[in-house]
Design a protein around this ligand. Structure first.
Ligand SMILES: [Zn+2]
Length: 351
């Protein structure tokens, strides 16, 4: 079956199911739409080159309601695909042409790559499915970092990121549309809010891009044949699976590496490569503390998140010169995420 045709029917199916989850609610719609538009603008330096004239018209008009939300989500998919095209080579583009990317409201905060349909029918290529909940979770995570780092003129709006970090962890466990609006910055003048939100979206989009590239790497590496990634083994025990764990872990590490390499492909300085890595490093700490909180694993087929971060860190050390600033930044992330977690979940952890 053609993956693009399958994605189309799968999407329709998800939208029909009454239990579908969506970030789109009456309350959050306008805000979520604005966030997503910003995300596309950040990703797309070529001014919507991937979009048809009709798409563009829809995009730039005032957005409101669920129909527009669907349009924006699909533009975000196209934009991510264009972005991947820009950082991969001809061999990859053959794989990419036979890969369908869907950002769907399926009620988990996860992502996967598969070469079979949900009924295990083979696809003539791959589908990559990203939960739209992941995007909202990333906005919450990003808020924690942004709000704690406001300096100079913005210093008066500076706050602890602990609450946003707590929200991000709870959201990862159970995506809840009501929480979408919690990623908003309260009590800030509109111009400052715009500036801060743009930075927040750029952090979230960097991790979205990393996630999509990671899943795309599974397609490029042919991992889906051996890994049956269609099953996520969500919240199961790592050692309870009858899997070739080492093979799985190696596939995960090389997918991470692929994604990081591509993200840093066009960076001009070592410092900006480390800056990109910092964001990925933060992402793995989020998943780590999510696992601490739930006392379960995010995915049994994946290595522990901090080990994945460590592997990438070693790769970075080999390829980019680590300066004091980057080192301080990474230490800050380690200490801050621990502090936030202790502040909000300390008691739970002691039980
Ligand atoms: Zn993976």
């Amino acid at each position: 079956m053609n993956p693009h045709a399958y994605l189309k029917s799968y999407r329709a199916d998800i939208f029909l199911r009454c239990e579908r989850w969506s970030a789109q609610t009456q309350k959050s719609s306008d805000y979520t739409n604005q966030k997503l538009k910003k995300a596309i603008e950040i990703l797309d330096e070529n001014k919507m080159s991937f979009a048809s004239e009709e798409d563009k018209k829809e995009f730039y008009q005032h957005v409101d309601g669920e129909r527009d939300y669907k349009v924006i989500i699909q533009l975000l998919e196209k934009s991510l695909i264009t972005d991947i095209k820009d950082c991969t080579n001809n061999f990859h583009s053959n794989v990419l042409d036979n890969t369908a990317l869907g950002i769907l409201p399926f009620g988990e905060t996860s992502a996967y790559c598969s070469r079979v349909t949900k009924d295990y029918e083979n696809l003539d290529g791959h589908i990559i499915i990203i939960s739209e909940g992941l995007y909202i979770g990333l906005q919450l995570l990003s808020k924690a970092i942004v709000i704690e780092n406001l300096i100079n003129d913005l210093e008066e709006y500076k706050q602890s990121g602990a609450e946003a970090f707590e929200d991000a962890i709870r959201f990862y466990k159970k995506p809840n549309p009501e929480m979408s609006s919690k990623s908003e910055f309260q009590n800030m003048p509109a111009d400052i809010n715009g500036e801060v939100s743009a930075f927040q979206s750029s952090v979230a989009m960097m991790i979205m891009k990393f996630t999509v590239l990671h899943e795309f790497a599974h397609a490029v590496h042919g991992d889906c044949d051996v890994m049956n990634l269609h099953q996520r083994f969500m919240l199961s025990k790592r050692d309870s699976l009858d899997l070739n764990i080492k093979q799985h872990h190696d596939a995960e590490y090389s997918a991470d590496l692929f994604a990081l390499e591509k993200i840093n492909l066009y960076t001009k300085t070592d410092l900006s490569a480390w800056d990109n890595f910092k964001t990925i490093y933060l992402f793995f700490h989020w998943i780590h503390y999510f696992e601490q909180y739930t006392k379960q694993f995010e995915s049994a087929s994946h290595p522990p998140p901090l080990q994945r971060a460590e592997k990438l860190y070693n790769y970075m050390l080999k390829n980019y010169k680590l300066d004091d600033n980057a080192e301080i930044g990474l230490k800050w992330i380690r200490n801050k995420t621990e502090e936030w977690y202790q502040t909000k979940f300390g008691e739970i952890n002691e039980n």
